[in-house]
Design a protein around this ligand. Structure first.
Ligand SMILES: Cc1cc2nc3c(=O)[nH]c(=O)nc-3n(C[C@H](O)[C@H](O)[C@H](O)COP(=O)(O)O)c2cc1C
Ligand code: SF4
Ligand code: SF4
Length: 403
């Protein structure tokens, strides 16, 4: 079902890209052919980042999707990459058949600047609105020792020099916005963000999937669990587990450089989209939640953000982008709030879940009541969040306590 949404509120301009929604479908199996790209359009995506283009015949691959428990994330060895000619045809078709912003994702070895430039020019000629340099792909190609055989993928964005060099080379041959897609698997994301800025990047996308061990069959000698593989490479963790990391990375980049950031990683609800934008993302890219739950997720997120904005009186998304940054201070400047807790017995159903947290020695139970000893309470707040009935009430006794 297509929902009724005030599109004007969701509409924004980002680096000249006309985004009818802040939700962009991230480069992946979801953006590798027109059938899926049309679904992105139908369910209200503001844009797509097309499946990774490569200069030569891509390595063998297929989208082998393994959901971690509780569908928390995907470990996937990667889907079919596009050779540059096919990527250009796809970009051309997406531009002529949809009204979404079309960002072209591309990848080449760090040292082969000519390949980066050749692809950038071709994708620009095909009509791409912007380029997304995939300098952070977690599984291209590694040898059996899991050491990169050539500097490509993640091991470009892990080095400021390589990041800057590739960015500058691409920027020198195109006149459309160039976005660097970064990984969280670095020691200092600020240093990488500065390298992007020095190289002339117009914006940053953060983050790519994280290099992670795939699930294995523990009953079968640790053999791959991938249904379609006999032997595996290391894979990529995406989805929910990335969310808090991605928000942190977005915040650190926004506080370091003066470049717009598109957040990416684990967004599956409108609240998460808003949260990531409050950490500084001008828009969000999404992949895993759509793989698992369908393109309808995009429309649900659009509707949720629209309702939220109406309720809060925001007229554009920029009214709340970065709002959370105002509340971040160094650890020395953090202040705490002291509180007393009580249990509302008219709500409590004695489920006893609040007795579980190992951090707590302040809560006990009689036959028919939960008793909280505020003198032994650490003010950690765990029980309040654990209680499914919101029966534990907080009364703040002091604000700005130094500890
Ligand atoms: C099956 C699959 C294929 C992907 N292919 C690409 C790709 O070609 N280029 C790229 O930059 N990122 C690729 N990604 C990473 C996503 O674009 C995204 O950065 C990552 O999945 C985190 O977002 P999510 O948690 O919303 O999935 C892929 C992810 C998945 C799951
Ligand atoms: S706030 Fe923490 S320490 Fe205090 S009662 Fe709740 S769980 Fe126990
Ligand atoms: S978790 Fe909440 S509802 Fe359950 S016993 Fe504790 S206070 Fe009562």
């Amino acid at each position: 079902m297509i929902m009724k949404i005030n599109r004007d509120r969701l509409h924004s301009q980002l680096l000249g890209l006309d985004l009818r929604s802040p939700c962009i479908v991230a480069s992946s199996v979801l953006t590798g052919d027109m059938e899926r790209i049309r679904l992105a359009e139908r369910f209200g995506a503001g844009g797509i980042s097309t499946k990774m283009a490569m200069p030569t015949t891509p390595p063998k691959s297929q989208p082998d999707i393994i959901l971690r428990p509780k569908r928390s994330g995907i470990v996937s060895p990667g889907d079919k990459r596009l050779i540059i000619d096919d990527a250009c045809s796809l970009v051309k078709q997406a531009k002529s058949e949809t009204s979404m912003a079309v960002i072209a994702n591309l990848l080449a070895p760090a040292e082969d600047l000519e390949a980066w430039q050749m692809m950038a020019v071709e994708l620009r000629r095909a009509g791409a609105d912007a380029l997304e340099l995939d300098i952070s792909c977690p599984h291209i190609p590694k040898d059996v020792d899991y050491v990169p055989s050539i500097p490509i993928g993640t091991c470009v964005a892990q080095f400021p020099d390589a990041t800057e060099r590739v960015t500058r080379a691409v920027k020198s041959v195109v006149d459309i916005p160039v976005l660097c897609k970064l990984t969280a698997q670095v020691t200092d994301i600020a240093e990488i963000a500065r390298a992007c800025e020095r190289g002339g990047a117009d914006g940053i996308v953060a983050i790519n999937g994280l290099r992670a061990a795939p699930p294995i069959d523990i009953w079968n000698g640790g053999r791959p669990k991938y249904s379609t593989m006999e032997r595996h490479n290391l894979g990529t963790l995406t989805g929910t587990p990335l969310f808090s990391i991605a928000c942190r990375v977005v915040a650190e980049i926004v506080r370091t450089v003066n470049l717009p950031v598109i957040g990416c990683g684990g967004v599956s609800t409108w609240q998460e989209a808003v949260e990531m934008m409050m950490w500084g993302a001008s828009a969000v890219e999404m992949c895993t939640s759509i793989i698992v739950n369908g393109f309808e997720v995009v429309e649900k997120i659009n509707a949720g953000i629209d309702n939220f904005m109406a309720e809060k009186g925001y007229s554009t998304t920029s009214d709340f982008v970065g709002a959370a940054l105002d509340h971040v201070v160094s650890i020395d400047a953090v202040t705490f709030r002291k509180f007393d807790l009580s249990v509302d017995r008219s709500i409590c159903n004695m489920c006893r879940l609040c007795l579980t947290p190992g951090i707590c020695v302040a809560i006990t139970a009689s036959d028919d009541a939960i008793i909280i000893d505020n003198d032994r309470c650490l003010d950690c707040g765990t029980c309040v969040q654990v209680c499914p009935r919101h029966a534990i009430k907080i009364e703040y006794s002091d604000v700005g306590v130094e500890r």
